[in-house]
Design a protein around this ligand. Structure first.
Ligand SMILES: Nc1nc2c(ncn2[C@@H]2O[C@H](COP(=O)(O)OP(=O)(O)OP(=O)(O)O)[C@@H](O)[C@H]2O)c(=O)[nH]1
Length: 341
């Protein structure tokens, strides 16, 4: 076995839907730390847009198949890690692994201890959990969120611009500490954190996990479900709250900006509580730039991003994640914003 310090550190970045994981990744990629970073992206939604939202900083982005790596596509994570060992050895100093907003970090961690090639090549540096200070209390009954907080070595209390009151910030910190007293809490706005507090911190300790959950590694049993695409490692097919679903829309055409605006307003007024997350890259008529569309519950942000590349496919791509999503209604009402050609 190689020396532990020769193994590539992996930062597992977790956090509920829309908490700011991709924003933090972009901050890390743009910062001057001199490290070569490989990013592994895992998305829950039917259509993947995160890899298109990551800045092009010359780093490599690997996308797992859609579906959560904590269950359905765990084998795909192992495949990517093997590829990194076989073809990319010596090309990266660290890995940032972004899990879906609904991931249970436990099985993701197990993956790093169940395969010899992976175990010899990688070492979990820390589990960093992003917490949306504006919305996390709405989801505290979600088991996924509780596990993300409980597993964290570092908790990044993000979006503090939305909670300016210091007393309120302290109350939020106390709530997090009640769930996980040992994780250090780092305050943040738009993912801006001192990088030496989240990277290369040697914060992960399997012994600590085993103290908390003695059966943690014993849970790893082969799956014998027919048709399962997992490579034999443990996972629970009912791990997620099944009432949370995703609707993806992929539609060519140019959008009328005013119609788009009214559509978003009425959508949020009618369904804001149930739409946990929406995001997309849109083609607005008359614009040379991509329009990036982001929503977390009632908070919506739409802005122009970089220019479309000449050979780029301008198909509108968007995804909704939430409860009681009406696919037909969402798709038809969105398509009504496309300008007739
Ligand atoms: N006001 C405010 N908005 C933020 C902050 N950090 C991120 N956001 C916004 O929150 C939205 C979601 O951010 P992302 O970084 O995409 O969140 P995520 O955790 O990667 O989302 P998923 O991967 O879809 O779960 C975006 O519109 C961001 O611009 C912050 O500190 N303050």
């Amino acid at each position: 076995m190689e020396e532990p310090n020769k193994r590539i550190p992996v930062t597992i970045l977790t956090g509920f839907l829309g908490s700011g994981k991709t924003t933090l990744i972009n901050y890390v990629l743009k910062a001057s730390h001199g490290k070569r970073v490989a990013v592994i992206e895992n998305e829950f939604g039917e259509i993947a847009v995160d890899s298109d939202l990551i800045v092009d900083a010359g780093d490599e982005i690997f996308e797992t198949q859609n579906g959560c790596i904590c269950c359905r596509v765990r084998g795909d994570l192992v495949r990517i890690l093997h590829e990194l060992v076989e073809k990319k050895q010596g090309k990266f100093d660290m890995i940032l692994l972004e899990t879906t907003g609904l991931a249970d970090p436990g099985p993701v961690v197990q993956t790093f201890f169940m395969d010899k090639t992976v175990q010899d090549a990688f070492q979990i540096d820390a589990i960093v959990t992003m917490v949306d200070s504006k919305h996390f209390q709405m989801h505290l009954d979600a088991e996924e969120l509780q596990k993300q907080i409980a597993f964290a070595d570092r908790l990044v209390l993000n979006k503090l611009d939305l909670i300016p009151d210091e007393q309120e910030q302290k109350t939020l910190q106390a709530k997090l500490s009640a769930i996980n007293p040992s994780a250090e809490i780092i305050k943040s706005q738009f993912g801006k954190v001192p990088l030496n507090e989240i990277l290369d911190v040697r914060g992960f300790d399997l012994e600590k996990v085993l103290e908390r959950e003695p059966d943690f590694m014993r849970d790893a049993e082969p799956c014998d479900e027919q048709g399962c695409d997992n490579d034999g490692h443990n996972h629970n097919h009912n791990r997620h709250d099944v009432s949370v679903t995703s609707v993806g829309i992929s539609a060519p055409g140019e959008l009328d900006f005013d119609l788009l605006n009214s559509w978003v307003q009425s959508l949020l007024a009618a369904n804001g509580q149930n739409i946990y997350r929406m995001k997309g890259i849109l083609n607005v008529k008359g614009e040379q730039d991509r329009f990036v569309f982001q929503g977390v519950h009632m908070m919506f942000d739409g802005q122009q991003d970089r220019a479309w590349r000449p050979d780029e496919d301008r198909t509108n791509k968007l995804v909704f994640i939430g409860k009681q999503l009406d696919r037909e209604q969402l798709t038809n009402s969105f398509k009504a914003c496309i300008v007739a050609s």
